[in-house]
Design a binder for this molecule. Structure first.
Ligand code: COA
Length: 259
């Protein structure tokens, strides 16, 4: 694995972990973090030994406290149009392998947006979510105005964005922003268990299931179902489908290959 300046990466048990590592800045995302995240994603994409990616933050206080406000001060209209963080989050959402945000503290602004671009969000009890950008007289610009509304509904999203109100892990779970809240003790181990459940499934099925849900969510149901049918047709011809169904009949664990 390469070494990065602002993130830590590791691979164990087929789980690739990316830790945003600027604890003195509450893991705020600066240009370098964006570059490092892109490079790490490219590396994990090519690595057949990685089946699931977990994002988390260094230290106990923050997942990611948003874009680096020091850098934000210098941003121009052209930077806004280039929308590098928005594009990075789009690439995370589209990433071929499943992604989990292990939210272990503040997930604010771009940090909340990073979590929302992952497939699954698991929060520790001390997690806090919010989109405080309007307080800086900007708006959530890395997908936040769109993804939050899609995840929790338009009314709740507008309320959170206009007021900048921070919510705790329990409220985030109540509105469907996170799927689970787990104790801080053993947090990462619990996240790894969820990753392990995904890793035990057929890798091609996992990949195509993600594609079908993602694509279907952005279109009408009938078009989504066409994607579903085509994905299923591909899976019906796969070696892993033969293995999965044979293993069930033979009462043994499947040995999937298709990553
Ligand atoms: N960008 C740059 N630096 C940040 C930062 C950010 N988004 N968030 C925190 N920091 C820095 C602080 O400036 C501070 O630096 P200092 O030690 O040199 O003073 C350090 O991280 C610790 O922050 P502090 O506010 O003292 O920690 P806290 O635990 O009391 O509060 C937060 C944590 C996350 C609630 C608070 O830092 C905060 O509100 N950050 C900004 C969040 C935000 O608006 N994000 C959206 C940006 S678009």
């Amino acid at each position: 694995m390469s070494e990065y300046e602002t993130i830590l990466t590791s691979v164990k048990d087929d789980i690739g972990v990316i830790i945003v590592n600027r604890p003195d800045f509450r893991n705020a995302i600066n240009r370098r973090v964006m570059e490092d995240l892109r490079a790490a994603l490219d590396e994990f994409r090519e690595d057949d030994g990685v089946g699931v990616i977990v994002f988390t933050g260094a230290g106990e206080k923050a997942f990611v406290a948003g874009a680096d406000i020091g850098e934000l001060r210098e941003r121009t209209m052209l930077d806004g149009l280039a929308a590098k963080l928005q594009r990075l989050h789009d690439d995370i959402e589209d990433f071929e392998k499943p992604t989990i945000a292990a939210v272990n503290g503040y997930a604010l602004g771009g940090g909340c947006e990073l979590a929302m671009s992952c497939d699954i969000r698991i929060a520790s009890e001390n997690a806090r979510f919010g989109l405080p950008e309007t307080g800086l007289s900007i708006i959530p610009g890395a997908g936040g105005t769109q993804r939050l509304a899609r995840l929790v509904g338009k009314g709740r999203a507008i309320e959170m964005i206009l007021t900048g109100r921070m919510i705790d892990a329990g409220e985030a779970q109540g509105m469907g922003l996170v799927s689970r809240v787990v104790p801080q003790t053993g947090f990462i181990e619990t996240v790894r268990e969820t990753a392990g459940q995904i890793l035990a499934k057929g890798p091609l099925a996992v990949r195509l299931a993600k594609l079908a849900v993602q694509t279907g969510f952005e279109t009408d149901q009938r078009t989504g179902q066409v994607v579903e049918r085509l994905a299923q047709a591909v899976l019906f011809t796969s070696e892993d489908k033969r293995e999965g169904t044979s293993a069930f009949v033979e009462k043994r664990k499947p040995d999937f290959k298709g990553r």
